[in-house]
Write a new protein. Sequence first.
Length: 518
Amino acid sequence: MKNKLSLIDGDEAVAERTLSELALQLPVLPKVIRYDDDYAGIVRSIRDAGDALDWVIMVDGRVVKITWSEIPSSVEPFARSWLAWLIATADASSIYGYLYILRQEAEQLPNLLKGFIRSPELARSYWVSAVVPWAKNSQTLSWCKLLVRFMCETNIAPWSPSHRNYISQWSYGAKGQKDNLAVVRSGDAFISSSEETRLVDYFDELNERAQRSENLISNDELRAAALLYWAYQHGFRPIQIASLNISDVQVRIASNKPPIVHVTFYRAKQRNAKAREPMRRSVKRDWSWMMALYLRRREAFSDAFVNEDDRPHSLFGLPPQEVSTSIQSFSLKLTGTCRTPTDFRHSAAQRLVDSGASQVELAEFLGHSAIDTGLVYFDTSPTQADRVNKALGLSPIYSAVAEVARTKSIDVTALLGLPQDQQIGAAPHGILIAGIGGCDIGQPLCAKNPALSCYTCSKFMPLSDTSVHEGVRNDLRPIVHQFVHAGRGDESNPAFMQLRRTLDAMELLISELKELGS
């Protein structure tokens, strides 16, 4: 049986009488409530806000309807005013979540308000003794706090704006206040080195196909890759990706060079008009072929990409929820791990901080209006010693992973039987590297730095002898120390970054070969 709230302490009759006076203190509702739908790029309206039987709210490609007859009549005026305030102050995702709780807990709203419209001290006592034990989770408690915060902002009953800090200290008890950044602190939100390698290899290979023949790529794959790119490389939110229009993309063709692609986007979750000014991002030149090809396809075959009447010029033709679904399913297909757009956003931010970005640079990258919002990434950024350990392939985060990413290792006989150009050999940093394995396409056709890049390449056929790879690893480790002693031991240095990724991949390969009993 569902728990029901009661006043527990205090006079029920007095509370009932005070509740009936609540409507007199509420701010007057405007006849028309207007709100921005960032996804559709228009201003929507709720007309006859005080009398309409239903409110239909359309944001981010979703429609939510609230029927006021489902709300107890004694608190309906309060609920209307509260929702009008919420629409004006909260982002779209929050609105949907809180409306869901309002529907679920509508019958409890009168009892909640009876407990909250008394003195702040009695309201806090009611919170501790009745509300916290009753609430199912921290989200429900956040909704309850939001009811009180609305009364603070609008000077209802004993509440005023000066009480904001007071209610912010109310404890969630054993349910705990939700820590949205817990996955950042634990590192669970960050994509692994092997996942990143597979994504980079895929984007490299896709852009090679885009240059060779456009017919080698389907419309569905091209769109899925473009969506994933913006989440992985720039940490865009689904609403930012979904809101892009064709006119937001500028392509400049350069003779015999990758095209130059710029995209204009807007910060999400911003109520201040100035904070939502347009910003620009450039597509990585090596991967700009696919974006230029997508734009040509989108302009030539609009019916294949767009089925929404209200956004005929949408770049991707998908609402935010479908953008998120596409990114998750495509990342699962490419890496074997389902990653959300939020995971990619956290990873992009951490990658930037690890490379030496400042708070201001991080805030600009993420589109934050306050520079201290991203402090958690600096808290979780590795120290210099940790960074060296990762570069040496010694960190347990990198070496404990034993996922079999490459199963096509070859023995010495098979290696010697390969054509000479498919047998890998080079001398990076003055260290001779030979006999580590073979290459599917051959070194002359490889656009990467041979030998060092082989360990992070999907076309690599490693030798099945672990001692060979351990020898290469041990020879390369002193090079990392040279970078550290020279004061260049940070990820902003491309050579250092390449060494780190190579040694991560070496350690992973050695672990895999040992597990296979090689």
